[in-house]
Design a binder for this molecule. Structure first.
Ligand SMILES: [Zn+2]
Length: 412
């Protein structure tokens, strides 16, 4: 019994020793060969500075230390050399007024230290949000969508979330609704507060703004504004976020006119000024070609406004003519990286330029033949002249029909 007891004691002692050795081994290795952070934090003075602080802990002396940080929306990683104090404390202040970081984006940072063994070790990574902390944000959340505002009472937040719910209901046939990740809608009380944020983030003011990758929308809605403002701006920005969620990185392949046309079509309140801008441009012959709106919109306010008006009307026309299935084929074709012209051909069986002619006729009452003739390049005119003799009869009929229709249109 005693010997069995002794064996037990001995076995236990060996086991305990082994446990100590095994559990101590990784800890010793980590302590010797790594660097850890104590009390890491980032102090944000929005639009001005971000100060990164931490105490670097290592068992071997640190020879050199570096801070790395990047926002989720950036491909660039910022690299800064830091000088640890006696206790390992490091601090670096980043000038956020000169070096732009998207507002509300998530930023991650970590350190790397070269120790006296000559090896370089990374620390753990720490994340935080670059939140606009100039305002006392209030918030309300419904179904993973959070509205934040500062200028009004709680009924304002509830109204914003009601608009979100109504928008999603209207949107669900067109775009898959994904609420797995949170969505944040920041409502500024005036355009200049928002403008400051956007120019801090390197963007010009466009009435609203979305960082779809971050699930963040920014809008400016003044206190006591007409409800139409909310019904226009919130669904627009929400569309950008949900389209990104459904397409991922393919979102970037969508032509600008298509993206903005979709977002504008989802606005719950039809902007009456768009119709005026369209008619006026049609009469003056200053309509923009959608081929020129594939990559971007004109930088001037007037041109951009017309581009939004046209895109909304055009995408609405496509949706009405080719149905929701046509629209989703177009989303896929463009998402796959096809050009403006080819994407339309694959998805709708018609090149973009032809759909544009039909839209001009349908939405603006422009004569499609006239539009087609104007679109003819000098090369095609020469070709037409070469073929003139055998084709004369056909061309003649065509022109006659055009003239008759034109005259009829004028007399209306
Ligand atoms: Zn937009």
């Amino acid at each position: 019994m005693a010997s069995r007891f002794n064996t037990f004691i001995r076995f236990s002692a060996v086991a305990a020793l082994a446990l100590v050795v095994f559990s101590a081994a990784p800890r010793a290795a980590l302590a010797q060969a790594g660097v850890t952070l104590q009390d890491p934090r980032a102090e944000v003075d929005f639009g001005k500075t971000i100060t990164f602080r931490a105490v670097l802990k290592s068992t071997l002396p640190i020879q050199q230390a570096t801070l790395f940080f990047r926002s989720a929306q950036e491909t660039v990683t910022h690299v800064e050399t830091v000088l640890p104090a006696q206790d390992g404390a490091v601090s670096f202040t980043y000038d956020a007024s000169l070096n732009l970081i998207p507002p509300f984006s998530e930023i991650e940072f970590w350190y790397q230290a070269t120790l006296s063994d000559g090896q370089t070790y990374p620390s753990q990574t720490v994340k935080f949000f670059y939140t606009d902390n100039r305002f006392p944000w209030r918030e309300a959340t419904r179904a993973n969508i959070t509205a934040r505002w500062y200028a009004q009472d709680d009924s304002f937040g509830a109204a914003a979330l009601d608009v979100v719910a109504a928008s999603m209901l209207a949107m669900q046939d067109f775009i898959p609704l994904s609420l797995d990740a949170p969505i944040y809608i920041y409502v500024y009380a005036n355009p200049s507060d928002l403008q400051a944020t956007l120019s801090l983030g390197g963007e010009g003011w466009v009435g609203g703004h979305a960082t779809p990758q971050a699930g963040v929308a920014l809008v400016a809605i003044p206190p006591n504004a007409n409800p139409a403002e909310m019904q226009t701006k919130i669904p627009h920005e929400l569309t950008h976020i949900l389209l990104y969620r459904s397409l991922g990185e393919k979102y970037k392949n969508l032509p600008t006119w298509f993206l903005e046309g979709m977002a504008s079509m989802m606005e719950q309140y039809a902007n009456p000024d768009y119709a005026y801008a369209l008619q006026s441009a049609a009469q003056k012959g200053t309509l923009l070609s959608f081929g020129d709106l594939c990559k971007s919109f004109p930088p001037d306010a007037g041109g951009a406004y017309l581009a939004y008006a046209q895109s909304q009307s055009f995408v609405t026309y496509i949706s009405r003519t080719y149905g929701v299935s046509g629209l989703s084929r177009l989303i896929n074709a463009y998402g796959d990286g096809l050009t403006c012209e080819m994407g339309a051909t694959r998805a709708l069986g018609t090149p973009l330029s032809q759909i544009e002619s039909r839209w001009r006729e349908d939405a603006l009452g422009q004569n499609v033949a006239g539009v087609a003739l104007r679109n003819l390049s000098p090369f095609f005119l020469l070709l037409a002249l070469a073929l003139l003799v055998p084709l004369w009869g056909t061309v003649d009929t065509f022109i006659l029909r055009y003239r008759r229709k034109h005259a009829a249109a004028k007399s209306k």
